[in-house]
Design a binder for this molecule. Structure first.
Ligand code: NAD
Ligand code: WQD
Length: 350
């Protein structure tokens, strides 16, 4: 059984990935500062697995720690050594992710995301762990208007959050080049992760008011927000609203498992892969879909364009599909149903 360190494992995508890793038999060490999550997500993972009759005794270790403190990361690696469950690979989700906050607090974002990652890589090197999967984002790409974006397309983020993601990708690439034949690194650029685990026990639970469309839709449906303000009806798209590539969080989680398999069995490499469905959905289409699938009403009105938005962000996902043998299995209906099931069962989060 391989041991994997999951940074930010209590968060939205991290928790769904932890669940799959435990289902597949991995030993996991989770380090999280809980700045945007709670340990309840880990409790829920245990509940789901217990229901499935899967024994996780001795396979899950949760450590409260902050990547900004190198000693917190060292503690985790020390622990894995003491337990003789040496960490073989890191899946690095931990990071701050609000575009809006990053514009107001760039120091926090650079310190947390970039310094945190540098600390992590220093400790990994010290403990001879040179395999990492990094959570990057479609936000690194240069704004385009109508074509699915491929990994080799130009990158030019337009906000501090995106700048930190691209800076980390470049840092990881420098590291890889400094010691060829040593590091195995994958940067996964997620598009718009949505939905929740089908049990309704695990889902997205941001601690602050969400800025993203999907969690706002579920909050409107549950009555916590009055309506959706749609940012712009004058975009050059089929209905005038922006188009995005919404991908079910379980498909993203699955992408991590396959990336892990791929990295650990292949030679040293630096990989960059888009994790998206390749299908675009407009804001109005997503709202209508959510209403139809769940038989709920989502009031909306139109507002002006949001600064920094792009009319069309859809993945060319062919590289991930061919390299990982990965195919997104869930569609937008599944995402709408599962996200609503989660919100209904947990109106106040965990
Ligand atoms: P999330 O906020 O739910 O999870 C991130 C987790 O990292 C949280 O549990 C948080 O407490 C933890 N964390 C943050 N800083 C930390 C630190 N310094 N030390 C320890 N723990 C820390 O976010 P998510 O949606 O699960 O995203 C996971 C990763 O994927 C992030 O890096 C994010 O930037 C990236 N990403 C997310 C999306 C998205 O739309 N959800 C899209 C593209 C990329
Ligand atoms: C989607 C669409 C909005 C809210 C962001 C990050 C990206 C990645 C995913 C982390 C846009 C519109 C939104 C609302 C609206 N995260 N919208 N009313 O901007 O595609 O991507 O999250 O890496 O980096 O930038 O996602 O959900 O904010 O917006 O009309 O109240 O919904 O204009 O067209 P986005 P989003």
């Amino acid at each position: 059984m391989k041991s994997i360190l999951i940074t930010g494992g209590a968060g939205f995508i991290g928790s769904h990935t932890c669940l799959l890793l435990l289902e597949k038999g991995y030993i996991i060490f989770i380090v999280d500062s809980f700045i945007n999550s709670s340990d309840q997500s880990i409790e829920r993972i245990s509940t789901i697995l217990k229901k499935q009759g899967i024994n996780i005794e001795g396979r899950i270790y949760l450590i409260k720690g902050d990547l900004k403190k190198k000693c917190d990361i060292e503690k985790v690696f020390e622990m894995s050594f003491t337990l003789q469950k040496n960490i073989e690979c890191v899946i690095h989700f931990a990071g701050l992710k609000s575009v809006f906050d990053s514009v107001r607090k760039p120091i926090n974002y650079w310190e947390n995301n970039v310094n945190g990652t540098i600390n992590l890589l220093k400790v990994m090197e010290k403990y001879n762990c040179r395999n990492i999967v990094f959570s990057s984002s479609a936000t690194v790409y240069k704004i385009n208007t109508s074509e699915p974006v491929g990994e080799n397309d130009p990158c030019q983020p337009v906000n501090p959050y995106g700048n930190t993601k691209l800076a980390i990708e470049k840092f990881l690439n420098d590291l890889y080049k400094s010691q060829p034949n040593s590091w195995r690194i994958a940067c996964l650029r997620y598009f718009n992760p949505v939905g929740a685990h089908e049990s309704g026990l695990l889902g997205e639970c941001p601690l602050n008011r969400p800025n993203n469309l999907y969690p706002r839709i579920t909050r409107v449906a549950i009555g916590k927000i009055d309506k959706i303000k749609i940012f712009g009806l004058d975009w050059p798209t089929r209905d005038g609203t922006c188009i995005r590539d919404y991908i079910h969080v379980m498909d993203i989680a699955e992408g991590h498992l396959l990336t892990l398999d791929h990295l650990l069995k292949e030679k040293s490499q630096f990989l960059t892969l888009n994790l998206g469905t390749g299908k675009g959905t407009s804001v109005i289409e997503l709202i209508r879909k959510f209403e139809k699938v769940n038989n709920v009403k989502i009031p909306f009105s139109f507002d002006k364009r949001r600064i920094g938005d792009s009319p069309f962000v859809v993945a060319d996902n062919s590289l991930a599909m061919s390299i990982l043998n990965w195919t997104p299995k869930k569609n937008i209906d599944d995402a709408c149903r599962d996200g609503w099931n989660w919100q209904l069962k947990n109106p106040n989060g965990f």
